[in-house]
Design a binder for this molecule. Structure first.
Ligand code: ATP
Ligand code: LTN
Length: 326
């Protein structure tokens, strides 16, 4: 299968990004042809500081490598390095419908968030650029968190409509969701997804030091009662902590419930803190070493650019031919 996914350089990554997306990428690269990109053109749809963007993009590249993406096994690149993404996006805007874009939950949320300062057109067209990212490489599988499933469905709609209007070209890409962790919830409001745009105590950043991780988990909200049980509807906070524990330890939730059932929240949270802190400090050590090799990071992204561009140019040529443009 050809696999592709991306993350916006719009802040530090958190364990939701890791468990929902990147952890799957690391497994998929063993057996599939994988492309992973840093979607800087998506990130500029929200307010940002131009001077910081380059560093943010490099930070995500460092995260990718330190988490275990292997440039020998996958293609790592920056979206804006490949002009074919934006060119295909324009072509696909004539296939997507405005009503479909206006119905996207992410668009509705962001439009509300930015209503005062004005909603830029990029926010509405965001999913068309995402469809272009995916279809440009004739991608079959897209490992993402649950919040992106709606965008994937729209990508399939665009692919199908293109194929039936202009002739078969694109496979219909499927979302690949993590079994554990496709939707990690906020530590403070367990009915909302963990997000870097919420208060700091509500998420665990991959860069948080062990003491801060322990503290955030200790302060995470819990449900009433004292027993450790897995019940996402009745006990959403505890179930979220069990999901995190399970994803980091490799033990399934049932096994953890058996182990901790009547030992109380304090011990459960203490041991969860240790598991997360241990795993993230290994990542942080690896990342520190990579920070000293900027030329290596640049070289990885340059190799990725060349490999991705080869595929992108070929597909774009086919698209234009089918659309009657050459
Ligand atoms: P945030 O809401 O934190 O700003 P985001 O959804 O805007 O994040 P990205 O950083 O681009 O944006 O997300 C990267 C990947 O992480 C996507 O595949 C997304 O589905 C996944 N992801 C984000 N938050 C979570 C979460 N809480 N649980 C699981 N997966 C998540
Ligand atoms: N919208 C995605 C980021 C993204 C993406 C992609 C994910 C942009 N292009 C292509 C998978 C495939 C998000 O996570 N917010």
């Amino acid at each position: 299968m050809r696999i592709l996914s991306g993350i916006q350089p719009s802040g530090t990554l958190h364990i939701g990004n890791y468990l929902g997306a990147i952890k799957q990428w690391i497994e998929l690269q063993q057996e599939h042809e994988c492309l992973f990109l840093i979607v800087d053109l998506h990130a500029i749809t929200e307010p940002y500081e131009p001077k910081e963007m380059q560093q943010r993009t490099k930070n995500i590249a460092l995260d990718y490598l330190a988490l275990g993406l292997d440039p020998k096994r996958c293609t790592l690149f920056v979206q804006s390095h490949i002009p074919e993404h934006t060119e295909l996006m324009w072509l696909l805007t004539t296939v997507a419908q405005i009503g479909e874009l206006e119905r996207m939950t992410q668009y509705k949320d962001k439009a509300q968030q930015f209503a005062k300062q004005g909603v830029n057109a990029g926010l509405l067209l965001y999913p068309v650029l995402m469809a272009a990212d995916i279809l440009l490489y004739k991608t079959e599988g897209v490992p993402v968190g649950e919040d992106q499933v709606q965008h994937l469905e729209l990508t399939r709609t665009i692919a199908k409509r293109f194929n039936s209007r202009f002739g078969n070209l694109f496979p219909e890409p499927k979302a690949i969701l993590a079994q554990q962790g496709a939707r990690i919830m906020s530590l403070k409001e367990p009915t909302k997804k963990m997000s870097k745009s919420h208060v700091e105590d509500s998420y665990i950043a991959l860069s948080d030091v062990p003491d801060l991780i322990r503290k955030k988990i200790k302060r995470a909200v819990t449900d009433s009662g004292t027993e450790i049980v897995y019940d996402p509807n009745g006990k959403p906070a505890l179930s979220n902590l069990l999901t995190i524990f399970s994803a980091f330890s490799g033990k399934d939730a049932k096994e953890l419930v058996r182990e901790y059932r009547s030992r109380g929240y304090d011990i459960f949270k203490k041991e969860l803190g240790e598991v997360v802190a241990r795993e993230l400090s290994l990542f942080q050590q690896k990342r520190k070493r990579l920070e000293n090799t900027p030329e290596y990071i640049d070289a990885v992204l340059e190799t990725g650019r060349n490999a991705a561009r080869n595929i992108a140019q070929k597909t774009l040529h086919e698209v234009k031919e089918k659309m009657g443009l050459i």
